[in-house]
Ligand binder design. Structure first.
Ligand code: ADP
Ligand code: MG
Ligand code: MG
Length: 247
C-alpha cells in the first residue's frame, strides 16, 4: 500500500532523510522507533507534503499513486491521514463544522457528492459513541480547552469520520496517561485494523504497542531504516537502548 524507495529529504537546507526505504502492505501496522532527531517527524511531514520539507531524491507511492507529486489536500483525498503529538486548536470553528468540511472536501476530490447534514451527523455521533467522546464536545471549538486525553479522543474521532486508507501517527502517544493510551489503542484497532488499510505508528516507547500489536517494527536512525523485525524488536529496544540495537 505504501512503498517508499530511497527517499531523501531536507528541511532548512539540512539533509535529514538519507535513503529511506520502507514497504507497508494493506492490513499491516508498522511501528517506527528511533532516537530523537533521527528524522521520524521529518518522514511524517514529508509524506504529508508539509511546506518546508523538500524531497531531493527517491519515490513514495500510496496504492500505486505518486504521493510526492500531489498537493497536501490531494494526499488526504487519496486516503492519507496524519496524526500528531500536539493536535492543533482552532478557536471559532466547531468540531462538527471542521469535520464536515474536511470530509466533504475529500469526497469532492474523489468525485463523490457531499453528505447531507443528517448523514454527516449520523457518522459523527456513531464515531463519538464508539470512542467515548462526549457528544457535547463535537459542538465545541476544535480542541480549545480540551485536556490532553480529550484531544486524543477527538483525534481518533476525526480519524474515524475521515476513514482514511493509511494513517501516519507521529508520537500520538507522547505524554498520555494509561486511559488516553487505551483510547488511542482502541481507536487505531477499531478504525484502522482492517484488511484494506494500514498504519505507520511512530513512537518512542514500547507501551503503546501493548495496545496496538505491530506486524513489523523498524528502527530509524540518522535518516534511514537501520533494522526491522517483529514486535519483539520493540521490547529489545526498550531493554537495550537505540545505540546498542541500531549499531
Ligand atoms: P525525530 O522526529 O526523529 O525526533 P525530526 O524529524 O524531528 O526527528 O528531526 C530530524 C532532524 O532535523 C533533527 O536534527 C532536527 O533538529 C532537524 N530539523 C527538523 N525540523 C527542522 C527545521 N524546521 N529546521 C531545522 N532543522 C530541523
Ligand atoms: Mg523528536
Ligand atoms: Mg519527532
Amino acid at each position: 500500500m505504501l512503498v517508499i524507495d530511497n527517499l531523501h529529504a531536507e528541511t532548512a537546507g539540512k539533509a535529514i532523510l538519507k535513503g529511506l526505504s520502507l514497504t507497508v502492505k494493506a492490513g499491516e501496522i508498522h511501528a517506527i522507533m528511533g532516537p530523537n532527531g533521527a528524522g521520524k517527524s521529518t518522514l511524517a511531514y514529508t509524506l504529508g507534503g508539509r511546506p518546508g520539507y523538500e524531497v531531493t531524491g527517491g519515490t513514495a507511492t500510496l496504492a500505486g499513486a505518486d504521493l510526492l507529486a500531489m498537493a497536501p489536500h490531494e494526499r488526504a483525498a487519496a486516503g492519507l491521514f496524519l496524526g500528531f503529538q500536539y493536535p492543533v486548536e482552532i478557536p471559532g470553528v466547531s468540531n462538527l463544522q471542521f469535520l464536515r468540511t474536511a470530509l466533504n472536501a475529500q469526497r469532492r476530490a474523489r468525485g463523490e457528492k457531499d453528505l447531507s447534514g443528517a448523514e454527516f451527523m449520523k457518522i459523527a455521533r456513531a464515531q463519538a459513541t464508539e470512542l467515548g467522546l462526549d457528544q457535547e464536545m463535537l459542538k465545541r471549538p476544535v480542541n480549545v480547552g480540551f485536556s490532553g486525553g480529550e484531544k486524543k479522543r477527538n483525534e481518533m474521532v476525526q480519524m474515524g469520520i475521515i476513514d482514511p486508507k493509511f494513517a501516519i501517527l507521529d508520537e500520538t502517544d507522547s505524554g498520555l496517561d494509561i486511559d488516553a493510551l487505551r483510547t488511542v489503542g482502541h481507536g487505531i484497532n477499531t478504525i484502522m485494523r482492517r484488511p484494506d488499510k494500514a498504519v505507520l505508528l511512530i513512537t518512542h516507547y514500547q507501551r503503546l504497542l501493548d495496545y496496538v500489536k505491530p506486524d513489523v517494527v523498524h528502527v530509524l536512525a540518522a535518516g534511514r531504516i537501520v533494522r526491522s523485525g517483529g514486535p519483539e524488536l520493540a521490547l529489545e529496544l526498550e531493554r537495550e537502548g537505540y545505540a546498542q540495537v541500531a549499531a
